[in-house]
Unconditional design. Structure first.
Lengths: 457, 1220
């Protein structure tokens, strides 16, 4: 056992309002400069939708992440370092600018400077790449809130996977938002892809960074990252990525995206894990076992043996204490409501998500199913407006069981607390039905609903 | 990081001492490294700053979020939300962090190329002015010389909006502005100068300084809340209050929440978390919305009602609630509530109508023989205890005058109100219905009794008849059951109208009421623009508010209505209003209803083809028949109901001189005689006469032409006199007004001067004659509050105003000085005749007994100023002293105190204190007065004079109210009697306000704000006729419209009214659709819609959302260019095709301007317009009522709404080759 510490994040998608404040505050602080106009360390995607860069989840096309060899080992899907060296000058698996979007601005100046004419001045779009007039055909968030409808949603790789019948109709529409940053993986394929050894994981907190001095701009990391969260700065010729706001984290402040999250849905905390167990866990044969495998590498900070080992590994006492009080631990391990994003990429991502609870569809609702009533909801989880299979395609490599379990817990919490709210006796049976106690429900409710600043971070 | 934050820091410092090392994992897959300090210096350097300053965003948005503005090397770098709001309690979420992506992108404007850095003016005007001044020497003479030459005047007017702006100096700009003001005042009168600036709460001083300047010179401030159609007219109608709503933290207290026409995540972004989190308390969430809006994501139930049919849905829910909770079963809580707090038990007389009856007027104490002016304002109910009629305390008749002292309260004493006359004689009443092609009549029975010789029933009995809830033994046509589609207002009846299944309506209504019963009134409806921006929204809202009121949810934390569109709560309202309207120097100020002003002066009335009679009830007396809307506006003005600016057809300075000469003791009587005799007229009866045009318009903190100007093209043509895309034809002679002069040549170019102050280029600055460069919200001091949270917090400059920009405060003081210098000689000291309407919350509200309309012009009644016509008040204007008065607190407050909502407070101690804090003026007209010469000093004055921010003032106000009500109230504020919130407090942290009689809710002991809790808990009456919440409105005009009771009125039929195509396809290439303009995700009104960050996160320019079904009908693919055309104008934009939209409706999200990526239209080869190019104003007569109880004017409280949602448009795919 080799204990290491990892800063991690959980986002409760059930609370995400899709406002994109996180994207804007991150952009303003980190990437509103030339060379990275198109770069959003933090972005928010509408689901169903294509994401940014579009269809990045289609690894057949983009070749990100790891694959398991027949011998049970992992290798980067796009090839190991040796192969990279041979193809170093031609990396065809990169999203083009069009797959992100071509950044633009407007001729705002014209509004003030237009000479007297015969019509109202207008600011036309200008490409930030060429400086010439342009037509806007794609943006950082083109399909927000189902804009573009079926024409665009049909290109959603997850939707394609889970259903032959992707046609969305007015009354059956579903929508949720997926905010994304770098996953700061335990098993980062970007780092493994870098011919220069410029991408590293900070030993003290697991934050994955690009050494700006060492980076030679090969862009293999862009290919290697299945989440497409490493970007190429066209001005400096270096790779850049989300830094987990390490200058803030180091002085005890939350990341910008977390602190400015208006939905109050982001949690930050420390996790201890066994670094020696990562490689094996990431290589389990069945993709559907990856969620459980990743959980198995996490170490219980309340366990005296773990604490002792952590101490031996040079982790200070107050860090171990922080790991004990980590909301991430509670959400992933204690309440089991947070799930990893695309575990099948085998990178062991460390930004996890609570899937969104959605209402039962009209068909069932009209026969008496009701979101506030737990008894009905358990039977109806598979009839939720957001298909469970779609969520499973995002969070559990297609296994619906863990998703169902989370949704049942959230639904049960609502039913349990409704009785409290109305001054009725507490009903332990609701908690028991999802493997919890009433007290546990209260604790989870405190963390998810009241969610004070001090308890989120 | 929980608890480990300091630890993390220490730990990392320890690590920092280690030698940098890198370690490769055994399998070679990962590289671990400690630190990385050198290589990552770039990011450390990026994350560094010199200071962080607290500020916020000062208009448009009502979020009132406090922000950290980061500054480095004197440059604003970025902003993030503050998280230091005082806690709202351990068991609930907090307000942190408040903000949204738009606010987070604000600093982009600071250094953006759209920033206005210097004063600009239209080049052609500057040339004309310099030439004339060179020739004549005097600025006023030069300005007059241009104005008096039609050719030169038209030359610069026609250049408006077409480029050619040139830089000028501040001095020259101020001189031109001052000259324009002096010329307009001298030639036409001060009421020909108008100012527009909305939403004072968001930056109180920036608003107040301009309004104060205008008020001091006698100019007209234009209302905005009604103009925006954000005013829910149902609120004054039912509650006698403008709008008072719960803070968003109170959503947490609700256990059942309906979001109805309010897309909370998009339009209340910083508050949305309360809703998301309250679900975890088991709150049930229902959404009513025609599209799959962002908030549907959170809903347990989605009722996709067709646009504009919400009233039908609400009426059907009311049917279920009345039937199940009042008739089939009697829910004690509900019955008790409606007896105490609503007009349901009050008696209404029945008038003969054909074979039966129709509802008449409230029975009052006057009918019982009581004498005195107040008797007609003391309605009557039947007391079960005494077996006799009773006159409960708390009505309007107890609010003013000696006989009501100590009796204006809701204490029923021994009275047991009888809710129904059940058992009495049944009669049939006729009630109107409007759900079919033409208005029709329903006949339904009510039980009656006879009191004082009058046949009466109760409001409750009428409600059951109206809603179609049958009871045994009553005659008439009744629904056979919920599944009866033929009879209003059953669930089955609404299904074909709204598209919502009847069963769903029944279930939601039942759940809503059941929850209210089980939770003690904690069912809430969050409502907004989607239901409030329609022509008939007042009826829709009354039907919705019936649900929260019948179930006893109003005045309960976690319950009741929560109206969120355009609402803004200037919590320190008293200080702001007295400063803004110059009430410390002269009263009354000139205030105007925005909608009527624009309707009149943009000549939209010339294009109104319909007879107001089409809106009337089939049971009406024909009051509106054959009359044009403009006729009704004129009547409302002459009866003193609503203000009218410009008021008279002559300069009010001259009228004052003449009246004082003719009748020095009673000049008002002279004016009344002149009006009666026709020697003097109201300007609104000949609005196109040059002497009746508005001449100067100042727009600040606003983007009139890019945002709120419904009928944008009418503005451009008639008010500004430049090119427009207007396509409508004028009204033919037989449909024109009778009482208003029609001039064959419609004026083009009424304004001499359009002046705007802004920090960015908008559709308004593009069309302005002079544009002054404003400081942004991060460059000034000011104050900010909202109804969404209970705090007051500050603006603080992060940097000084850059380039030649100035704060609004500095700019207006500069204008005032330039004006005073010219005015001293050109105008001197004058007397000004101000016509003031009959005001709400004053004894004026007793002007119209029974709401019976009598017009002095037809001789039905005498012309009595302040009773049957406006008040006429002579005010002295020392025009040379305007700048001095602007910068000091005047002496009137010493004598008159402050008054808000009829509560007067002696602020002597505050004035003395303010002298100490701000210092005093030495010399001049303001010698010895407290100084208001800086923005911070103005902030201190606002805070000190208001009860919410000064505990002594709040306590004294409650004590005054205790004398009137006889109820204990002052304890609500006494806990903070010694507390004063000073400006520095608001800079250090948001500060919770103090419970004050300025508002209706209590925050005593730190509870969440919910409106009307003081009414329900302390028995303080509502400001209505009965003092209770009103279901029944008995004014003549309400009866004429058939809207005495909640009723469903569908969207207007634009085909019938204006000949627009019927909805649906029109050949293969065109489609006629409903045209809605909801609020956008990427802007707050027009602000941020031009912001590069917001444009990058969306579609990069103007768009229209349409359903895949509609797009297919006309062959439009996503992101293709389309053109939308109707009689009002033309829009060119791109299509967003999506399955989340319903068929038959398009959304063009509100306030997408013509400044960004708008090409020329195929229709006419000119630049496409803004979203409001397709809309126009339509005025509902009931909004013009005044002088009667809660239906009395107050600024932004009551007035016609500038609604726009009933509109339709033709949409077609256009050539994809666009030209700019």
């Amino acid at each position: 056992m080799r204990v290491m510490a990892q800063m991690a994040m959980v986002m409760n998608l059930d609370k995400c309002i899709g406002c994109h404040t996180c994207s804007v505050t991150c952009k303003q602080a980190w990437t509103n400069r030339s060379g990275v106009e198109y770069v959003w360390f933090n972005n928010v995607e509408s689901r169903p939708g294509q994401g940014y860069p579009r269809t990045y989840e289609d690894q057949e096309r983009w070749q990100g992440g790891w694959v398991r060899t027949r011998r049970g080992k992992l290798r980067p899907r796009a090839g190991g370092r040796l192969r990279k060296l041979f193809s170093i000058f031609a990396n065809p698996k990169l999203p083009s600018m069009g797959d992100y979007y071509e950044p633009w601005t407007y001729d705002y100046e014209h509004l003030l400077s237009a000479p007297a004419g015969d019509d109202t001045p207008v600011a036309r779009p200008k490409s930030l790449l060429t400086g010439k007039d342009t037509t806007v055909t794609w943006s950082a968030n083109w399909d927000d809130s189902l804009a573009g409808g079926n024409e665009i949603a049909a290109g959603d790789p997850v939707l394609r996977q889970v259903s032959d019948r992707v046609k969305q109709e007015y009354e059956k529409a579903f929508l949720f938002f997926l905010p994304r940053i770098c996953e700061h993986c335990l098993n980062p394929s970007c780092a493994a892809s870098c011919p220069s050894g410029a991408i590293y994981k900070r030993a003290e907190d697991g934050i994955v960074l690009v050494d700006q001095d060492r980076c030679r701009g090969w862009r293999m990391c862009v290919t290697g990252c299945p989440y497409k969260k490493v970007y190429f700065n066209h001005r400096t010729g270096k790779a850049e990525k989300c830094t987990f706001c390490f200058p803030r984290i180091e002085i005890g402040q939350p990341t910008i995206c977390s602190e400015t999250c208006v939905g109050r849905l982001r949690y930050l905390g420390l996790m201890l894990y066994d670094a020696d167990a990562v490689a094996e866990a990431a290589a389990v044969e069945d993709e559907k076992d990856l969620y459980a495998a990743q959980r198995s590498v996490f170490l219980d900070p309340h366990d005296p043996e773990v604490a002792a080992a952590a101490g031996r590994a040079g982790i200070p006492d107050d860090w171990i204490d922080a790991a004990r009080r980590s909301p991430i631990w509670d959400l992933i391990v204690k309440y089991e409501v947070a799930l990893p994003l695309h575990p099948e990429y085998r990178t062991m991502p460390m930004v996890w998500y609570i899937p969104p609870l959605s209402p039962v569809v009209d068909v069932l609702r009209d026969t008496g199913h009701d979101g506030e009533n737990a008894g009905n909801l358990f039977g109806a989880v598979d009839a939720l407006r957001i298909p469970v299979d779609y969520l499973a395609g995002l969070f559990t490599a297609g296994d619906p069981a863990p998703v169902r379990a989370v949704l049942n817990r959230l639904a049960a919490m609502r039913a349990y607390q409704r009785r409290v709210n109305l001054g009725e006796p507490r009903d332990e049976s609701i908690a028991a039905a999802v493997g919890m106690t009433g007290a546990g429900m209260d604790d989870m409710y405190r963390l998810l609903a009241i969610a004070k600043y001090e308890e989120r971070y | 990081m929980a608890g480990g934050t300091d630890g993390a820091e220490r730990a990392l410092l320890a690590f920092g001492g280690l030698v940098r090392r890198a370690e490769v994992s055994p399998d070679g897959r990962a590289l671990y490294q400690v630190g990385g300090r050198e290589a990552d210096a770039f990011y450390r350097d990026r994350w560094s700053y010199d200071k962080v300053v607290r500020s916020t965003h000062g208009v448009n948005c009502t979020g009132s979020c406090s922000w950290k503005v980061y500054v480095r090397d004197g440059i604003i770098t970025w902003e993030q939300q503050q998280t230091d709001y005082p806690s709202v309690g351990p068991d609930r979420p907090e307000y942190e962090p408040r903000g949204c992506p738009r606010g987070a992108a604000f600093s982009w404007y600071t250094y953006s190329p759209t920033r206005v850095r210097y004063p600009y003016a239209r080049g052609v005007l500057v040339e004309l002015y310099r030439e004339a001044k060179g020739r004549l020497g005097d600025p006023v003479a030069a300005w007059a010389d241009i104005q008096n030459d039609p050719e030169r005047r038209r030359r610069y007017q026609r250049a408006r909006g077409k480029g050619g702006l040139v830089r000028i100096s501040w001095d020259e700009a101020q001189e031109m502005i001052a000259a324009a003001h002096v010329h307009a005042i001298a030639t036409y009168g001060p009421d020909r100068v108008a100012g527009f600036s909305p939403i004072p709460a968001m930056s109180m001083v920036s608003h107040a300084v301009g309004a104060r300047f205008l008020s001091l010179i006698g100019g007209s401030m234009l209302s905005f809340y009604d103009w925006y159609a954000d005013l829910p007219v149902a609120s004054p109608q039912m509650f006698g209050d403008q709008t008072d709503v719960p803070e968003s933290g109170d959503w947490w207290d609700a256990s059942y929440l309906i979001m109805w026409g309010s897309n909370v995540p998009v339009t209340r972004t910083p508050d949305a978390h309360w809703m998301a989190e309250a679900r975890y308390r088991g709150q049930k969430v229902v959404v009513v919305s025609p599209d799959y809006a962002d908030n549907v994501k959170f809903a347990d139930d989605w009722l996709p009602a067709q646009p504009g049919t919400d009233g039908a849905l609400a009426m059907a829910m009311g049917h279920v609630i009345l039937k199940e909770f009042f008739v089939d079963g009697r829910t004690p809580r509900f019955v008790d509530y409606v007896r105490r707090y609503t007009d349901l038990p009050y008696l209404v007389t029945l008038d003969r109508h054909g074979d039966g009856y129709r509802p008449g007027k409230f029975l009052t104490a006057a009918d019982l023989g009581e004498t005195g002016a107040e008797a007609a304002f003391r309605p009557v109910l039947w007391d079960l205890a005494a077996g006799a009629p009773a006159v409960p305390n708390g009505s309007l008749g107890h609010r003013f005058g000696e006989t009501g002292v100590g009796r204006w309260n809701l204490d029923l004493g021994a009275i047991q109100p009888q809710l129904t006359c059940a058992g009495g004689t049944p009669v049939t009443v006729a009630l109107p219905r409007f759900d079919g092609d033409a208005p029709a009549v329903m006949h339904r029975g009510v039980p009656t009794t006879t009191v004082a010789g009058r046949l009466v029933t109760t409001v409750f009995d009428l409600m059951l008849a109206q809603y179609g809830v049958a009871r045994p033994g009553l005659p008439g046509e009744w629904p056979a059951g919920y599944d009866d589609p033929a009879q209003p207002y059953t669930p089955a009846w609404q299904e074909p109208i709204t598209g919502v299944p009847a069963a769903a309506v029944t279930r939601i209504a039942r759940e809503f009421a059941d929850n209210a019963d089980r939770s003690g009134g904690r069912s809430m409806i969050l409502m907004g623009a989607g239901t409030n921006h329609w022509f008939h929204s007042d009826t829709t809202y009354r039907a919705m508010l019936a649900l929260t009121t019948l179930t006893g949810c109003q005045g309960v934390n976690g319950g009741g209505w929560a109206h969120y569109v355009g609402q803004e709560k200037c919590r320190p309202v008293t200080g702001w209003s007295h400063l803004a309207f110059g009430l410390d120097w002269s009263r009354p100020p000139r205030q105007m209803i925005g909608t009527a002003f624009w309707y009149t002066h943009t000549d939209q009335w010339r294009y109104d083809h319909y007879d107001a009679g089409v809106l009337a009830s089939p049971l009406g007396r024909g009051t509106f028949a054959g009359r044009h809307t403009m006729d009704l506006i004129a009547q409302s003005a002459r009866l003193g109901w609503m203000p009218s600016m410009p008021t008279l057809d002559r300069n009010p300075l001259d009228v004052a001189d003449e009246a004082l000469a003719a009748d020095p003791e009673n000049p008002a009587a002279h004016v009344a005689r002149e009006l009666v005799d026709g020697r003097l007229g109201f300007a609104c009866t000949d609005p196109d006469a040059p002497e009746n045009w508005p001449r100067v318009l100042i727009v600040w903190r606003a983007n009139l032409l890019g945002s709120s100007a419904k009928g944008n093209e009418y503005f451009l043509r008639h008010l500004l006199g430049t090119d427009s895309n207007l396509r409508a034809a004028e009204t033919p002679p037989d449909q024109r007004p009778h009482d208003v002069t029609w001039r064959d040549d419609a004026p083009e170019g009424k304004l001499d001067l359009l002046l705007s102050l802004d920090f960015r280029m908008t559709s308004t600055t593009l069309f302005s004659d002079i544009v002054l460069p404003a400081a942004t919200w991060y460059e000034k001091h000011d104050l900010n509050s909202t109804d969404m949270h209970p705090f007051v917090h500050a603006f603080t400059p992060a940097i000084s105003p850059p380039w030649q920009t100035r704060t609004d405060f500095t700019a207006f003081h500069g204008i005032a000085k330039a004006f005073s210098a010219l005015a001293k000689d050109h105008l001197g000291v004058r007397r000004d005749l101000v016509a003031a309407p009959l005001l709400h919350d004053t004894a004026d509200a007793l002007a119209t007994p029974g709401g019976v309309v009598r017009d002095w012009r037809t001789g039905e009644v005498d012309a009595v100023p302040g009773r049957t016509m406006p008040k006429f008040v002579v005010v002295e204007r020392d025009y040379g002293a305007v700048a001095e008065k602007l910068a000091a607190l005047g002496p009137l407050l010493d004598r008159l105190g402050t008054t808000t909502k009829a509560v007067t407070v002696d602020v002597g101690p505050e004035i003395e204190q303010l002298k100490s804090i701000n210092g005093t003026v030495r010399g001049g007209v303001a010698d010895g007065r407290p100084r208001l010469d800086t923005d911070v000093r103005a902030c201190e004055a606002i805070l000190l004079l208001s009860g919410t921010t000064n505990g002594r003032v709040a306590t004294q106000g409650f004590e005054a109210l205790e004398r009137r009500t006889g109820q204990r109230l002052a304890d609500l504020a006494r806990e903070h009697e010694g507390k004063q919130i000073r400006f520095a407090d608001t800079q250090s942290r948001p500060v919770p306000v103090i419970t004050s009689p300025e508002w209706s809710g209590s925050e005593h002991g730190g509870r969440r704000y919910s409106p009307f809790t003081i009414n329900t808990e302390r028995l303080k009456p509502w400001h209505t006729l009965t003092g209770r919440q009103h279901f029944y409105l008995d004014h003549d005009w309400m009866q004429e419209l058939g809207e005495e009771l909640p009723v469903f009125r569908p969207p207007l039929d634009m085909h019938k009214l204006f000949g627009e195509p019927r909805l649906g396809p029109k050949g293969e290439l065109e489609l006629t659709v409903r045209y809605l303009t909801p609020h956008s995700k990427w802007s707050i009104h027009s602000e941020y819609q031009d912001n590069l960050i917001m444009l990058t996160l969306s579609r990069g320019g103007p768009t229209m959302w349409m359903s895949e079904v509609d797009a297919a009908k006309i062959g439009v693919a996503d992101n293709e260019w389309i053109e939308a055309v109707n009689r009002n104008g033309v829009v060119v934009c791109r299509a967003v095709v999506t399955h989340k939209m319903p068929e038959g409706t398009v959304y063009m999200y509100h306030a997408q301007e013509r400044v960004i990526d708008v090409p020329k239209a195929e229709t006419n080869g000119r630049r496409g317009g803004i979203h409001n190019s397709l809309t126009r104003l339509l005025i509902k007569p009931s909004h013009l009522i005044g002088g009667y109880a809660q239906l009395s004017f107050a600024f932004n409280y009551l007035g016609p709404t500038g609604n726009q949602r009933d509109e339709v448009t033709v949409v077609r795919r256009r050539s994809q080759e666009v030209q700019y």
